[in-house]
Write a protein that binds this ligand. Structure first.
Ligand code: SF4
Length: 275
């Protein structure tokens, strides 16, 4: 299966928004279908084109999904509209059904509970490569290869951003939390895992502007001893990048000489996470 629109197509052309349940991924894999992750920027078209269908003040991930869907016209779109995604996706599904009559739009509610583990989230790797690998991982039902966990020096909490360039600011020893961790674990609706953080490492709490997760990101950041809340829309501007860079540099200086704990904690729930 591929995510590159330029590659030769095999099987049916499937667009996904959010994470389809594992049973569906297994079916698509068995059928040799070509999957496009519509949440990622796949085509070079102005995001303003989405404004005819979605308000400008709306999540940039879903505006991107609409642009991708209009350009690629997949045979099917599986769009998660349950608690593992959001109401914005539910309404986007209605719009996609309306504007793409040739495409079959299938609404799913992924409430898978089987933990696949999160080896990528804790591995030593450039954060941009790490999030690319995590977003690719949802297209396969295969178990993960074990990777050694590195000692964390920073944390990234949140969804994969629309603009991956902000990820290049983080060190290779960044551990990943929030919905991206749920994504690798193949349990997008896992509130306790989403709330899990490590209070001992400086953590950037990221959310897309106009997403309900901004509330959780800001709340967790306010409770975290070394937290920074950041939200951005289509692209991360220079001031956002400078803020993240300064936060990480300052935190590194402050941490010099202090020992890092390995354990992860849940700041909101009273009980510890299951792993
Ligand atoms: S970033 Fe928020 S609003 Fe956008 S698709 Fe994800 S959950 Fe929905």
């Amino acid at each position: 299966m591929s995510n590159c629109p330029q590659e030769t197509q095999i099987g049916r052309r499937i667009g996904i928004v959010g994470i389809p349940p594992l049973t569906i991924i297994k079916e698509l894999e068995a059928n040799g279908d070509t999957i496009f992750d519509l949440d990622e920027p796949l085509v070079k078209r102005d995001i303003e084109l989405a404004s005819s269908f979605l308000p400008r003040v709306f999540c940039a991930i879903l505006r991107t999904a609409v642009i991708n869907a209009l350009s690629l016209k997949p045979d099917y779109i599986y769009i998660d509209v349950g608690p593992g995604k959001c109401d914005c996706a539910l309404h986007t599904a209605t719009i996609l059904e309306d504007i793409l009559p040739e495409t079959t739009v299938i609404k799913t509610r992924n409430q898978d509970r089987k933990d696949f583990g999160t080896p990528l989230c804790t591995a030593r790797m450039p954060l941009l490569d790490k999030l690319s690998a995590i977003t690719r991982s949802v297209q396969s039902a295969k178990p993960y290869t074990n990777l050694p966990a590195c000692a964390p020096t920073a944390g990234f909490w949140g969804v994969p951003p629309r603009d991956f360039s902000l990820l290049s600011l983080f060190p290779e020893t960044t551990h990943v939390y929030g919905w991206t961790r749920c994504m690798e674990n193949k349990t997008p609706d896992h509130r306790r895992l989403e709330e899990t953080v490590n209070p001992d490492i400086p953590t950037v709490f990221f959310a897309q502007s106009f997403c309900a997760k901004t509330a959780l990101a800001r709340h967790l950041a306010s409770k975290h001893p070394h937290g920074l809340y950041v939200d951005c829309d289509v692209t991360a501007g220079n001031s956002t990048k400078a803020k993240i860079q300064a936060f990480l540099e300052l935190s590194t200086l402050q941490k010099t000489g202090r020992k890092s704990k390995k354990a992860d904690f849940c700041l909101l729930s009273s009980d510890l996470p299951t792993f």
